[in-house]
Each structure stands twice: as C-alpha cells, then as structure tokens.
Design a protein around this ligand. Structure first.
Ligand code: ADP
Length: 488
C-alpha cells in the first residue's frame, strides 16, 4: 500500500479525485443553498403583506386584553389554508406576548430581535431579510411583520414566521429532489468523465517521468550506456538533455579513472620489476664485500663498489624519470609557453653534451641557416626533449660516429632534426620505442643500460605541445628523430 502511494502517478490521481469530489460537493451545496434561498425569498415577497392582513383581522381582539381563543378561532381558517405559517404577537421590545401555531411544538425564545423587524418595515414589501425563529435558538427564517396597537394604545407587532417547521420538511425535500435531479446526475457523469480523463492524462504525462526514473536507476546500477531520448521542448526535454550531458561526463570520468587506474597498476608492476634487478645487484655486491672482506683483494672491492655505485645511479635516474613521466601524464592543461630562440637553445644543449660526445669520440655538429624564427613552447620541456634525443644518439652511437642537430624553418613551424650514424633501430622495435619501459632488442640497447622512459617522456612533452615525434631509421646506417614546433 505504502509502495503504491509512493508512486507519483497514484498520488497525483488521488489528489485529483479528492479535488474533483470536493468541487462536486461545493457545487451541490451552493446549488441547494441558492435554491432554498430563492424559494425563501420568493415566499417572503409573496407573503409580505400577510402580517398586515392578520393585524387588521385581530386588532379588535387585542385592544383591551389579548383574547387568545377568539384570535385562535379567527385565524384557524388561515392556518388551515397555509399550514406552514406561525403567528406571534410581540410588544414594542420584541417580547412574545402570544403565539398562534401548532401548540404541540415548543416556543424556545421569550423575545425576538427587533433589528430585522425594523429593517423589514423600512424596506417595505420588497424586503429580503430573515428574523429570529422563536422555535429554534440557532435559526433565522423569512417572515412578515406589521405594527399593531395593543392595550392602552401601546405599539406592538404581528410577527408571522413563514415556513415554520413545515418549511424545514420542504427544504429537506428540495435537497433530496436536487440530489435525484437530472442536474445532479449530469454532475456525477461529468465528474466521472473528467476523473477518468484526468487519470488517463496523468498516466500519459507521468509515463515520461517513469522513463526518466528507469534510465536513472539503470545508470545508478551501472548501465552507463543508456540515455534518455526525450527531445521535446519542455521541462522533460530539458531534464533529459541535462541528464544525458551529466551521464556523458560521468561515463567519461569513469573511463579516465579506469585508464589511470590501469596506468597506475602497470606503473607499479614495471617499477617493482625495474627496481628489483639493480637493488638485488647492489645488495649482492655489498653482501660479498661484507662477508669476504678478509679474503678479497682491494681491487675486487673497488670493482664491486663501482658496480654498486653504477646501479645506485641508475636507480636514481629511474626514479627521477618515473616521477617525471607520471607528472607529465597527470597534466591535462597545456604547459605555459613563451617565444624563444630554438637556435640558441640547441647551442646550449650541444655545449652540455660536448664532453660526453668527446669521451666517445662522437662528432657533434649543428646545422641551420641564419635567422631561424622564434618558436613558442615551454623552453624547459623542449630542452628536456633535445637532451633525451641527443643522449640516446650519443649513447647508442659507436665510436667515431656522427651526431647532428638540424633546424629547418617551415611556413608556421620550425622542424628540429636529431640524426646519428649509429646502429639504427629494427623494424620490430620502431612501433614500440615510444612506449614506457620499452628497450630495443639489439645488444647495443641492452648494454646502454637505459631506463626505457626517455622517449616516452619526449613523446608526452610534444603531445602537450600539440606536436608529434617521428622517427626514420635504417639498420647500421643511422637514425633520425624529428618534430615540429610552432613559430612565434
Ligand atoms: P632507453 O633508456 O632504453 O634509451 P628510450 O625510451 O630513450 O629508452 O629509448 C627506447 C629504445 O629506443 C632504446 O632502448 C633503443 O633501443 C631505441 N633507441 C632510441 N634512440 C636510439 C638511437 N638514437 N639509436 C638507436 N636506437 C635508439
């Protein structure tokens, strides 16, 4: 039952039916009341002079003393003709001196209010006013009144209540008659018809609400693909549109969360794997030094310490690059950019790698024409990209190889090329080298203990600059990486 009433449609329908019944009841009450008022008013107008006639008739019997029995017999015929009237004799203050009506019925008031009497006399036969009913303390009824001279010429009134108790019976009959009349039947049919029509309309209107509820509930239960199809130009249409937009945003956020959760898992798995090897090596060498400190030579200790140091440096680099990559992946906003001279930047980077190149006897050159335009980018990030590419080129290059940096201005960009005459990259490796942790399969790659994160960082930085990195490589001939930067 409670569940039934929790439905918006049922609530709306019940409320509507109650309002209909209420309206019907008000209509019937107003109609019955106005019918009775009409009858009463007509009755009063028709009998406006009745009290005057009675006063004329009974005047001789009230001048010395009130001769009740004479009056009674005089009025008898009148009461027979018009049984619903009650005649009262009042003094000037409204007190009842005598009454002529069905004696079996009790008179409950000793006096009646003079105010309606005075008003009736003032307004004349057109008056429509009700006076106190002496037989009922709470009711007022239509009446007719006329002044009369009593004993010692004292003023008094003949007060005729129209309707009397008979009248009540008549008004009850009116009510009954009304309820069974065609108007009442018509009213009931109209109410039933309106009620049914209302129920059907409400059902159709709330059907859209039920659809919304179904889809929203489905969404809550994990059905993120469902959308509302209501595109009407009304409140429901707007609600549907707002819901669909909200659902799209939530679904996208969930997708992103899933994606970043996967990335995080992958990262944790890779990190633990990558950290384990150098850590195990450091631990192994240090344990050997500790356990065999009496039996091993100083040279061996030196060698073991150097290897451990190398591994520690590698660990340090790995952690730094991991941190850098995860920071770059978390960025969704574009980095702050500024115009700068790319030719000056490459000179700085070349200077930084000069000694590393010389140590490996690699020839490091820079080629570009005069007046290379400024580019707009994040200078720190682009320096990182150039360093990664140059570091790879020198690291993977054999002795006496050549590494060159080249700038080629385009219409709205400047192309940056880093080429080497190194070992090249195999066709199987090329599609994967920009993935985090991917290291080429060639022996040279393995020996050049890298973290496998450099190119992933490079790619991500260029993505944040709406640019892309490209590679062209030929085995045993060399590799060229290139990317474009927007001109300032
Ligand atoms: P790593 O730390 O291994 O250098 P990177 O992401 O920088 O990681 O590079 C991924 C792989 O791409 C390397 O392992 C290597 O096989 C290959 N690679 C990158 N640059 C060069 C290059 N200039 N010459 C040959 N191979 C390269």
């Amino acid at each position: 039952m409670r569940k039934l009433f929790s439905s918006f449609y049922v609530r709306l329908s019940v409320l509507f039916l109650i309002l209909l019944l209420f309206m019907g009841a008000i209509y019937i009450t107003i109609s019955v009341r106005s019918s009775i008022a009409f009858v009463e008013e007509a009755d009063q107008k028709m009998n406006a002079n009745l009290a005057g006639s009675v006063a004329l008739e009974i005047a001789p019997f009230v001048q010395d003393s009130i001769l009740t029995s004479n009056i009674q017999s005089l009025l008898h015929y009148l009461m027979v003709i018009n049984p619903h009237i009650e005649i009262y004799l009042l003094d000037s203050s409204g007190s009842i001196l005598a009454y002529f009506a069905d004696q079996a019925k009790k008179v409950r008031r000793g006096s009646v209010s003079l105010q309606p009497i005075v008003e009736f006399i003032r307004s004349g036969p057109t008056a429509s006013v009700k006076g106190d009913d002496p037989r009922d303390l709470n009711r007022q009824k239509p009446f007719s009144v006329s002044p009369i001279r009593l004993k010692n010429n004292m003023p008094g009134y003949v007060y005729v209540i129209l309707g009397g108790e008979q009248y009540d019976l008549a008004s009850d009959a009116i009510k009954e008659q009304f309820l069974s009349s065609t108007i009442a039947r018509g009213l009931v049919i109209a109410l039933v018809f309106t009620g049914l029509l209302g129920l059907v309309f409400f059902f159709l209107m709330t059907k859209r609400l039920r659809t919304v509820t179904d889809v929203v509930t489905g969404f809550k239960n994990g059905n993120f693909d469902k959308r509302l199809t209501d595109d009407a130009q009304d409140d429901f249409g707007r609600l549907s549109l707002a819901f669909n937009q909200m659902a799209d945003t939530i679904a996208l956020n969930i997708e992103e969360l899933k994606h970043s959760d996967n990335l995080r898992r992958e990262l944790v798995a890779n990190v633990s794997h990558d950290l384990r090897t150098p850590l195990a090596s450091i631990q192994g060498y240090l344990e050997t030094i500790v356990m065999k400190r009496d039996s091993i030579s100083t040279d061996e200790i030196q060698r073991y310490t150097n290897i451990s140091l190398q591994n520690a440096r590698y660990l340090n680099q790995l952690v730094d690059e991991l941190f850098e990559l995860s920071k770059l992946n978390a960025i969704h906003k574009k980095p702050a950019k500024e115009p700068f001279s790319i030719s000056e930047l490459i000179q700085d980077v070349i200077l930084k790698f000069r000694s590393q190149a010389e140590a490996k006897k690699v020839e490091l050159t820079c080629r570009h024409e005069q007046g290379i335009p400024l580019v707009t980018a994040n200078i720190g990030m682009i320096e990182r990209v150039l360093s990664n590419l140059l570091d790879n080129a020198i690291r993977y290059a054999p002795e006496n190889a050549r590494v060159s940096l080249e700038l080629i201005p385009g219409d709205d960009f400047v192309r940056v090329k880093v080429s080497d005459s190194g070992p090249g990259i195999t066709d199987e490796d090329v599609p994967h080298i920009f993935l985090p942790y991917y290291r080429g399969n060639r022996s040279s790659s393995r020996q050049n203990q890298g973290t496998g994160l450099g190119l992933a960082i490079t790619k991500r930085i260029l993505e944040l600059h709406d640019s892309n990195i490209h590679v062209a490589s030929e085995l045993d001939k060399g590799t060229t990486f290139y990317f474009d930067l927007a001109r300032a």
